[in-house]
Design a protein around this ligand. Structure first.
Ligand SMILES: [Zn+2]
Length: 267
């Protein structure tokens, strides 16, 4: 059992905080960084077992979450002024969010190494895909090396912003916090607000905390009115306004025509 660990974000020493049982049988040590309060399990040897099904069968919140995310991410994308640029949903799962964002007009592309695309077939990221913004919803808590993961993604897609969700905390939550997801064993990294700030700093980027555990990393600071809207619950009324503005740009029908042409071998 590991006793020591180094923070994958800033290289500082991490201390043992508690032990917990994952998947009903693995006794696992959790560590917390002295510098940034990033929290992480010991080296996750149980992941193969944890990922037998990429999306857990008991995930009843999957549709509600995607509908909610589509609305608020639409607002973020509009505030970042990238309605006409490609977006990539990393770890896009069944392709629900990609479809929803295309339905409101964004050129969103799906990508996922571990899950099959069901709802946005034909709109996966191309091998040389570039993207202005990357979405990573409920991804970073699964990642052992968040800094390396984000650096690689930014370099691969040439992105200038990443919008992502993960439950953040100010003080280390007790060992019975639901987000440790001990039944699934899939969550291994947990982010304090300081660790998110440290992560952005390591990338040479800027961090904006959005409402309800949504986060934004950008290559340049988002200042002024746009920054104020992003940080506040004004994001929701703004989202409704943005969706109304974009209603004529939906890709629902044009995508269908495109897929039909491809199926017929035309174009
Ligand atoms: Zn740290």
């Amino acid at each position: 059992m590991a006793e020591k660990k180094t923070c994958p974000i800033d290289g500082a020493e991490m201390r043992s905080v508690f032990r917990a049982t994952l998947l009903g049988r693995h006794e696992v040590q959790y560590f917390c960084c002295y510098a940034c309060s990033f929290l992480q399990t010991e080296e996750p040897y149980w992941l193969e077992e944890a990922y037998n099904a990429a999306i857990a069968d008991c995930d009843t919140g999957i549709m509600e979450r995607n509908l909610h995310n589509a609305v608020r991410i639409s607002a973020v994308l509009k505030l970042l002024k990238c309605e006409r640029e490609p977006i990539v949903d990393m770890a896009g799962g069944y392709g629900i969010l990609t479809r929803l964002l295309r339905d409101v007009g964004f050129d969103c592309r799906w990508s996922d190494k571990y899950c099959g695309n069901i709802l946005s077939k034909g709109f996966q990221a191309a091998p040389e895909q570039k993207a202005a913004v990357l979405c990573a919803l409920e991804v970073l808590e699964h990642v052992e090396d968040p800094l390396g993961f984000l650096r690689d993604a930014i370099a691969q897609y040439g992105a200038r912003a990443i919008v992502f969700s993960t439950e953040d905390f100010k003080t280390v939550p007790d060992s019975d916090w639901w987000y440790y997801s001990r039944d699934s064993g899939q969550h291994i990294s947990f982010y304090s607000v300081s660790s998110l700030e440290a992560l952005a700093k390591q990338l040479g980027w800027f961090y904006t905390s959005l409402p309800r555990h949504l986060h934004l990393f950008t290559a340049s600071p988002v200042a002024g009115l746009r920054g104020a809207v992003l940080k506040s619950y004004l994001l929701y009324p703004y989202a409704l306004w943005a969706l109304l503005r974009m209603r004529h740009h939906s890709r629902t029908h044009t995508d269908r025509e495109l897929l039909a042409k491809e199926k017929d071998g035309v174009g």
